[in-house]
Design a protein around this ligand. Structure first.
Ligand code: C5P
Ligand code: C5P
Ligand code: ZN
Length: 458
């Protein structure tokens, strides 16, 4: 076991001992896929340990929410996938808490389970679902929940740095081969659930020039490869094809991508390691960690995280159907968001590029759109910053690349520094961060962020 893992496990043991002293706890988690899986992991572990819980999902943690929580006098609060950036307020309001998180800590507290405290990086070595899984294994035999731990870190894009899960995430994966296994395959989204031509047509990350967005071209392309689509075969999904056909299509796509002059970086991203959940039915979103995490984002990012959590807890009836409806809507929003960015363009400064979505992209998904646009419409040599309107100010989402992080970029630091000067609050990870800033401060924010990042990049 790595040092970081054994230190995390030891801290998790201390947290678990504390949790066992209570009959009922307050849970607070984040609304994205990592937060929802974290919430489900701790909830299952508590259920199995006969401890009651009340679950609360929040978009982000701030002083107001912590104050409101403190007013309800919970005996013990467990924060998952958030909390590390708000330790000061948690202490200030006297909330007795366990914090299981992977965001950059601001401050420290006793029952704090965070990779950054033990020499590991929370943007690619372990996610909130991972730290919470370790906590769950200290509360009982909960190894079967490893699949949810992997879904959470996939939702957080933790595979980005190396194109696959590494370090603590990899240890969780490899220690639980009866629950979830890696599989190298075409990286396009929808292998379990979409007809093959639709999978091609909707490929946005990476974007395939000539195929993405063009149904006829995708059908022609597949016929050209020798895949015939008579009417009843039109609906065949990737998982329905024979191994031989899958190989044939994959190598043709790679060849096509080269002919079209796609960058070798993006061509390389067309094939990657994916993660299969063995206890889930083939042909459902839950079978594939990437599709599962998108299904969860489709609930949480529209304030329906409870629906996603029910799916994680095993509901394959009403909650699953509701999640699928939300997913439909989410996909449409992502496509519209990407089109908005393409049509309206991105403004480049010396060290950042940005776009302002106003109220056309929901602020809860503008970060996802920024990340996706970074590959299609954006310039990979600059971090991308997105703005969207919120009730109380502008939502800011920032996304970088590993190469920029290697050169010194730290978006979490940059956003908190600029927010300290302008008012507002921000944080997150070196490669991906977010903030809320006051109305009227956008221009100043952009200018200060550009110079702060110029300083980081030297
Ligand atoms: O709050 P949380 O850490 O769970 O949010 C993670 C977000 O950061 C994800 O939506 C993902 O888009 C982004 N991220 C990323 N690359 C990473 C880690 C996170 O784009 N390596
Ligand atoms: O919202 P978005 O997907 O852009 O968030 C990216 C990362 O920044 C997430 O890890 C999120 O938890 C973090 N964040 C933050 N403070 C905010 C907004 C986002 O720490 N005000
Ligand atoms: Zn997370």
């Amino acid at each position: 076991m790595s040092d970081s893992m054994s230190m995390l496990a030891e801290r998790a043991g201390e947290c678990a001992r504390e949790i066992r002293k209570y009959d009922e706890v307050q849970l607070v988690s984040h609304i994205d896929a990592d937060g929802i899986t974290s919430g489900a992991i701790i909830a299952k572990a508590l259920e199995r340990a006969n401890i009651g819980y009340d679950m609360k999902f929040v978009k982000q943690l701030d002083e107001n929410i912590i104050k409101e929580l403190a007013d309800t006098n919970p005996e013990l609060t467990i924060f998952t996938d958030l909390g590390s950036g708000q330790l000061e307020h948690i202490t200030k309001y006297g909330l007795h808490s366990i914090v299981s998180d992977h965001h950059r800590p601001q401050g420290d507290t006793g029952f704090h389970l965070n990779p950054h405290l033990f020499g590991a990086n929370g943007s690619y070595e372990i996610s909130g679902s991972g730290t919470t899984f370790i906590l769950a294994t200290r509360l009982g035999d909960n190894r079967d929940l490893a699949d949810l731990a992997i879904v959470g870190c996939i939702g957080d894009m933790q595979y980005r740095k190396y194109g696959k899960l590494v370090s603590l995430n990899r240890m969780i994966l490899e220690a639980n081969p009866e629950s979830v296994v890696p599989k190298t395959d075409l990286s396009l989204f929808g292998k379990q659930t979409r007809p093959v031509y639709k999978m091609l047509q909707y490929s946005s990350d990476p974007y395939i020039p000539g195929l993405t967005g063009n149904e006829d071209a995708c059908i022609d392309f597949l016929s050209g490869v020798g895949l015939q689509f008579s009417n009843d075969e039109k609906w065949r999904r990737w998982i329905d094809l024979s191994d031989g056909d899958r190989k044939k299509v994959t190598s043709s796509i790679l060849q096509y991508a080269m002919q079209k002059g796609m960058s070798s970086y993006n061509i390389g991203r067309l094939v990657s390691e994916g993660y299969i959940l063995l206890s889930e039915k083939e042909g459902t979103e839950m079978r594939d960690a990437s599709e599962y995490s998108t299904l969860l984002n489709a609930t949480g990012r529209y304030m329906q995280a409870e629906v996603g959590m029910k799916v994680c807890m095993g509901d394959r009836g009403d909650a699953y159907r509701e999640a699928q409806n939300l997913l439909h809507n989410h996909r449409r929003n992502l496509v519209e968001g990407l089109n908005f960015v393409k049509d309206n363009g991105i403004t480049e400064l010396s060290h950042i590029q940005y776009f302002d979505a106003g109220n056309t992209i929901p602020e809860t998904i503008v970060g996802i759109v920024a990340g996706m646009s970074h590959y299609s419409a954006g310039n990979r040599r600059l971090p991308i910053i997105a703005f969207a309107d919120k009730e109380d100010g502008y939502k800011v989402s920032a996304r970088g690349t590993q190469e920029l992080v290697n050169r010194g970029l730290n978006l979490s630091d940059a956003l908190s520094i600029v927010c300290q000067k302008l008012g507002g609050a921000g944080g997150g990870h070196d490669i991906a961060a977010g903030a809320t800033i006051p109305f009227g401060k956008k221009e100043e924010f952009i200018e200060k962020l550009n110079s702060t990042i110029a300083g980081q990049l030297g």
